[in-house]
Write a protein that binds this ligand. Structure first.
Ligand code: ATP
Length: 362
């Protein structure tokens, strides 16, 4: 069974801890993206799974077998790197067939396999061309074809789309996802591009400073971020994170002072357990409605900058306490610079974080 599991996986370079106690398990047929800012330990984690880097502590278990001591070849993994070197003197078909050299197949069987993966990746028409005669998108697909031509234990991708231009990336994301969904293999993809992770992954593991901060479906990490870091990292435009003071909690309604306003809203009873003076409230720019007048459930802010975004408009506004707040409204809702907005947060999309940065939920 194609599965990948890492347990308490740790990598130190001298005194520096690049990855610490990473736990993750990837099922057969599942695509998990390791997502996080530059230097957070994504590639090091992937390289430890591949056997290209020796783990300082913890276990790498592939297809149910502990692999820590095995060389990359013995782990039987197919990898696609950011720099997918193709052999320039070999045709596209010969490049795709390269991994088959170790499986003593007859020429006819090898040709059949090449034909099949070329069909899957829409490369049939370019099989006889040389790598210098194909587009960047085709080169990328050749690299994927080369990875899937064997029947490996699992797939690892390291920033596979980062060399492609925006449009090509967009179409390749869908194509790779479709190919992977038919292969029933455990797959780990490293990316720093959240859109790539949100569109390609069944689950996302978000990393920061060598630690996995949260693992969840794209919807879970967006709608229920585990902490302030995940909340601010996932979602564009970025979530508004505002310091707040808890005043009262009764009958399921919380009173808070936030952005210079006293606001009341329904909230989870768990919120009442927070230290009153050390609360952070997170509200996504699309989780407000702009009301016509101030009320006990609105935050006042003055529009300072207006950015049209097609069907929607992004407004940067200044709150009464002097902070910035980002709000996205439908384009039809015309708002002018200088206008005072009365922003009502959707209580179901309002996140409360304690002084340890962790989200508070029932
Ligand atoms: P990026 O998105 O920039 O590739 P990443 O999340 O993949 O970043 P890693 O390449 O895993 O990050 O690196 C994690 C940390 O470990 C970084 O601070 C990096 O400088 C450090 N590091 C990586 N390899 C080594 C090495 N061989 N020796 C010392 N430090 C290293």
């Amino acid at each position: 069974m194609s599965t990948i599991e890492i347990r308490k996986l740790t990598k130190k370079f001298g005194e520096f801890v690049a990855v610490q106690d990473a736990d993750l398990s990837v099922k057969a047929g599942e695509v998990v993206c390791l997502l996080g800012p530059s230097g957070c330990g994504k590639t090091t984690t992937l390289r430890m799974i591949a056997g290209l880097e020796r783990a300082t502590a913890g276990d790498v278990i592939i297809a149910g077998k502990r692999m820590n001591e095995l060389t990359p070849e013995k782990r039987d993994i197919a990898m696609v790197f950011q720099f997918y070197a193709l052999y320039p003197a070999l045709s596209v078909g010969q490049n795709i067939a390269m991994p088959l050299h170790f499986e003593k197949l007859s020429q006819a069987d090898a040709d059949k396999r090449v034909k099949k993966v070329a069909e899957i990746l829409h490369l049939t028409d370019v099989l006889d061309r040389m790598p210098g005669q194909v587009s960047e998108g085709e080169k990328q697909r050749i690299a994927v074809a080369r990875a899937i031509i064997r029947d490996p234990n699992c797939f690892l991708f390291d920033e596979p789309l980062s060399r492609l231009d925006v449009e090509l990336r967009h179409s390749m994301r869908g194509q790779i996802k479709e190919v992977l969904s038919n292969l029933s293999k455990a797959t780990v993809i490293v990316t720093h591009d959240q859109l790539e992770a949100l569109t390609m992954a069944d689950r996302i593991a978000i990393m920061r400073d060598g630690m996995i901060e949260q693992v969840g479906t794209p919807h879970e990490v967006f709608a229920k971020p585990a902490n302030v870091f995940v909340a601010s990292f996932i979602g564009t435009p970025q979530m508004n994170l505002m310091e707040a003071e808890l005043k009262k909690f009764s009958d399921g309604v919380v009173s808070v002072t936030v952005a210079g306003n006293n606001v009341e809203m329904p909230a989870d009873p768990a919120v009442s357990k927070l230290k009153p003076s050390k609360v952070m409230i997170g509200i996504r720019p699309r989780a407000f409605t702009a009301e016509s007048k101030a009320s006990r459930s609105t935050i006042g802010a003055q529009a300072e900058l207006i950015e049209p975004m097609g069907a929607e408009t992004l407004i940067h506004a200044r709150t009464e306490s002097g902070g910035d707040i980002r709000v996205v409204v439908p384009r039809a809702q015309r708002i002018k610079i200088g206008e005072v907005l009365h922003l009502k947060p959707d209580p179901k999309q309002t996140h409360f974080f304690g002084d340890n940065g962790k989200a508070v939920r029932a």
